[in-house]
Design a protein around this ligand. Structure first.
Ligand code: B12
Ligand code: SF4
Ligand code: SF4
Length: 366
């Protein structure tokens, strides 16, 4: 079978399995991505992230994934962004669209169908999606799936950026994309100005130390200077995609295979702060939570409560007081912040002394 015929078969099979786009590229190292990761790490813009920053060579040399690999079949999976308004009368944390359903499981399943097709004709394969083994955007860019926007997301022509990305690494020889997708950003700068923390410090360059999508996943404190801007975000941040004109033109249409993602768009934070460890982690599902420790989600919930809670609601005051009295210094400090933000200053003195609490008490009111 010619490589062109095999590629067409794979594209057909991938699209039939639900992929929104399928592209091909070689396993040549992603030298630009490697240099960008190294530069960002050297400049401190990685903010301590691991992922592809942990071992950049490993993430940018796809041959390491599968001995004898020749090609990557890159796929994009569209996810639903439609969501109901936040529930009235209930302080709720917002969940970014990509994290409401395990879209990576759907993506991997579709890529596995492509892999099965390759295996059936004698090739070896490995599926990788959101895996530290591959810089997915670099692969999608070179496979001609889309262009890289100034917000660093891959946008598909005419279809925007609400996609997750993955690949099948294979021993098969497949015809690589030769034409990059034309940059569709033009003079637009909406994502740079629309980011609540100015985390996109130059077109295509993100400072993770300021990016809310990272800060809600990072261990340690949420930096004080970004807590108000965090607003109601419990997990993830979609602002630089929501303001993006190609996404706005599309509206929020739902494709049939996308599933009821909207149902997990909001998490009631008082319930989360009352929940047991197991219940908190059940809410998190497959979200990235440092060391799978529920306190980091509680920390996020306290910031959300400080931003959107109603001080006159006795349940709000009771939950904040319970956390102010916590012997977990990190949580008590975030509760002290929430108490002051809500105007419940009488609670501040109840916090047990500790490095984070003391710093919080000495800081200016939010
Ligand atoms: C680390 C990581 C993050 C970090 C850092 C993101 C970043 N921009 O670097 C954090 C936690 C902040 C994050 C956030 C999000 N992420 Co993320 N993340 C990753 C991960 C694990 C690695 C990405 C990486 O290697 N970054 C390193 C930097 C150096 O890469 P880069 O920014 O693409 O670098 C290129 C550009 O800077 C470009 N460049 C250089 N100069 C210029 C100049 C111009 C003008 C332009 C346009 C480009 C450009 O060259 C570089 C090399 O190619 C991947 C999964 C994976 N295994 O690849 C998912 C991934 C990138 N994330 C994804 C998603 C969905 C998100 C969020 C939307 C989730 C959310 N709603 O909260 C946000 C988006 C925030 C944003 N604007 O990027 C998707 C992206 C899908 C898409 N359509 O692009 C991925 C691919 C996961 C997946 N498999 O689907 N993420
Ligand atoms: S994800 Fe949010 S905080 Fe991060 S760059 Fe985009 S808009 Fe800014
Ligand atoms: S908001 Fe504008 S500049 Fe940013 S990614 Fe979208 S089109 Fe490009």
């Amino acid at each position: 079978m010619s490589t062109a015929v095999l590629a067409e078969d794979l594209r057909r099979v991938g699209l039939a399995a639900g992929l929104a786009a399928v592209g091909f590229t070689s396993v040549e190292p992603f030298t630009e991505a490697r240099a960008a990761i190294d530069d960002r790490r050297a400049a401190g813009l990685d903010g301590g992230m691991q992922f592809t920053f942990r071992n950049p060579a490993r993430s940018t040399e796809p041959e390491r994934i599968l001995a004898g690999a020749r090609s990557l079949v890159v796929g994009a999976w569209r996810y639903d962004v439609a969501a109901p308004a936040s529930p009235p009368g209930e302080p709720s944390g917002r969940v970014a669209a990509y994290a409401r359903v395990d879209h990576y499981a759907d993506l991997r399943q579709a890529l596995a169908v492509v892999a099965d097709h390759l295996e059936a004709v004698g090739h070896r394969t490995r599926v990788v999606a959101d895996d530290n083994a591959l810089a997915d955007r670099a692969a999608a860019l070179r496979a001609g799936i889309g262009w890289q926007g100034k917000n660093t997301n891959i946008l598909l022509p005419g279809r925007g950026s609400w996609f997750v990305l993955g690949a099948v690494v294979t021993s098969a020889d497949l015809p690589p994309a030769t034409q990059p997708v034309v940059d569709g950003c033009g003079p637009c700068t909406r994502c740079l100005t629309g980011c609540p923390t100015d985390a996109i410090i130059a077109p295509g360059v993100l400072d993770a130390r300021r990016c809310l999508a990272w800060l809600v996943q990072a261990p340690g404190e949420i930096p004080r200077e970004h807590r108000v801007a965090m607003g109601d975000r419990l997990y993830g941040c979609d602002d630089c995609q929501e303001v993006c004109p190609p996404n706005r033109w599309l509206g929020h249409e739902v494709e049939p295979h996308m599933g009821p993602g909207g149902s997990r768009a909001w998490v009631p934070v008082l319930d989360l702060l009352d929940a047991t460890d197991d219940e908190v982690m059940a809410t998190a599902g497959r979200w990235y939570v440092p060391r799978r420790d529920p306190r980091f989600l509680r920390r996020n919930a306290l910031v959300v409560l400080g931003n959107v809670g109603d001080r006159a609601d006795p349940r709000v005051a009771a939950v904040v007081e319970r956390y102010v009295r916590s012997d977990d210094d990190l949580l008590a400090a975030h509760a002290v912040w929430a108490a002051r933000r809500l105007g419940l200053d009488q609670l501040v003195a109840l916090a047990p002394a500790g490095p984070a609490v003391d710093a919080e008490r000495n800081a200016l009111a939010p």
